[in-house]
Design a protein around this ligand. Sequence first.
Ligand code: NAP
Length: 531
Amino acid sequence: MGSLGGVLDVAVIGAGFAGMHMLDQLRRHGFDCHAYESAPGVGGTWYWNRYPGARCDVESLDYSYLHDRELYEAWAWSSRFASQPEILRYAEHFAERQDLLPHITFGTTVLGATFADGSWTLGTDTGEQVRARFVVTAVGCMSAVNTPPIPGLEQFGGTLLRTARWPTEPVELTGRRVGVIGTGSSGVQLVPELAREAAELVVFQRTPNFSVPARNRPLTEAERVAAVTEYERKVVHASTTRFGHPVTGTGRAALATEPAERAAEFDKGWERGGTHIVATFTDTGRDPTANAVLAEYFRDRIRETVHDEQLARALTPIGYPIGTKRLCVDDGYYETFNHSHVELVDLRHDPIEEVTETGIRTRSGDYELDVLVLATGFDAFTGSLTRLGLTDRAGKALADRWQDGPRSYLGLAVAGFPNLFTLTGPGSTMVLSNVMRAIEHHVEWVRELLLHARSHGITEVEALESAENDWVARVAELAGRTLYPHTDSYYLGANIEGKARVFAPFAGGLDAYRRICDDVAAQGYRGFRTA
Ligand code: NAP
């Protein structure tokens, strides 16, 4: 393929880890390609989410590209869980090392995309029109910011901040009265950091979350050396494990284990830190009784940490299985509430009536604030795609086609949208696996498909509606075997008003998912129409 009358072979939308890897692979294979990115720099979600305390909950040595051994060996992470600035530096390093920057247009948002006569035309907010035979979206599954319709938000006269669009300049918080709405992964990381600086901190909590200490620490030289010698094993794990990296558990069922031994195993997980604790036993993800045992262990830790009994009760998650909302990973979250300048407002009993010019009015009273932070999450999985303004062959918008929930084949393609591939799209494993491993798989799979198309003179590739129907049913069936559908969460779209409640990720594990994709490719891209 090559540039034909100003038509690119491939346009990539997004320059986070997925978009950069895609662009690099396409360039290495001689495709005429270019990427478009809204932000002024690379990094995707790691560009925008620069709030204090932002850190990955996957261990750094696993949250690294594996496809390039030299890159893997040369990059030395400083700590067990890398901070946002370090992850962003890693993204920038990759872009420079692979000479990607001249091939990315920054500060440009794709707002419309139509397919006609064998190519896509993308419209951007800068007025540019881009034509490309293929389009690969790399827009992330957590990037469309959710600003909830809280009455009066627009009249707040203080500083309004969003964790997912944190300013690049330092924010002065010392001595100020700060409010935070939202206690998901972002809020839980942010709260202890804000408490260090703010004169008063008010945390507005709608649903308490389960959170485990990260126990972050610097990586030792021995660990870095071991990671290098384990490189080959990591590559194997990418395709042979459920998450794309091994998670160590006992391999036994909680309900078949004596309570004392169970508690001892949970203690080990709690002391180790990070999300591994949820994999201690094999049945806590699917058996409600086993799940309740793990949930109670977490609740005990909260009661143990938070001195004030009433406050501990308000912070304690009840009424939904642990793990069905994403487990948070924190650094001193519960401890923060022992400080006298930190207050929790339990919105279940004292809901927000409105944001005023000077703060927040709840049913019980007024909270005066200088700074208000929205840690209210994302229109997950679908929002970043539907906001692109993609329309199908018949001119119907993706947003309309997905009104009753996302539909895709393998999470990578959508019927009616030829020559379009959606990296980490709904229907793929997304955040149920190490997203770095999912990204590398998707990019390499799409690259192979495009190479196949090039070598076979194929100009159109489109998912069949029948294959899409089967995939949607399979995703739903796998979700039905888990406890996820029992809880209102962003996994189901329940955090966005009016959004269809459909469990979007493929819950069968990255290993099974990869086997299916390999099989599809081996059978001449079964489920795709090619012409
Ligand atoms: P989130 O998990 O969706 O949390 C949003 C929070 O805002 C929830 O507590 C939610 O309450 C609350 N909220 C939303 N609308 C509200 C309203 N109208 N009034 C009051 N409260 C409201 O979003 P997030 O914390 O940004 O995390 C999203 C995902 O990004 C994570 O699950 C994770 O996958 C990723 N992430 C990862 C890390 C990490 O690696 N450590 C860090 C940050 C984010 P409800 O629960 O009641 O809806």
